[in-house]
Design a protein around this ligand. Structure first.
Ligand SMILES: [Zn+2]
Length: 110
């Protein structure tokens, strides 16, 4: 869980009990794509980002050249608009890498 150590203090200080009780993906349940921030603006911004950052970062680190198709949030934003739009928190990934990362995070409880 080294990833957790990169969380900003204000998030790290969030009450652990409430975080543990809430389903990690509950913030997105029952909401439309646009309501949780993936609206037209996001579609434009992710396209622009992928144009500037066309290669999967994880594959690139392993010496593979794979087209990135997903903009991943390095720190899971969980609906936090500041984290969501912070480009320093973005990374280009291919779908398989993105899915494996997200699956690990969701199983591990983030
Ligand atoms: Zn990849």
């Amino acid at each position: 869980m080294a990833r957790l150590k990169t969380l900003p203090p204000r998030i790290a200080k969030a009450p652990e009990r409430s975080l543990a009780q809430v389903n990690p993906s509950s913030w997105r349940s029952g909401k439309t794509t646009a309501q949780r921030g993936y609206g037209g603006k996001w579609q434009r911004e992710r396209l622009r980002y992928l144009t500037a950052n066309p290669l999967c970062r994880y594959c690139e680190a392993e010496g593979r050249v794979v087209e990135a198709t997903v903009v991943d949030h390095i720190i899971p934003h969980r609906g936090d608009q500041k984290l969501f739009w912070n480009r320093k928190n973005w990374q280009p990934l291919c779908k398989p890498c993105h899915d494996s990362v997200k699956r690990a995070e969701e199983l591990g409880g983030g």
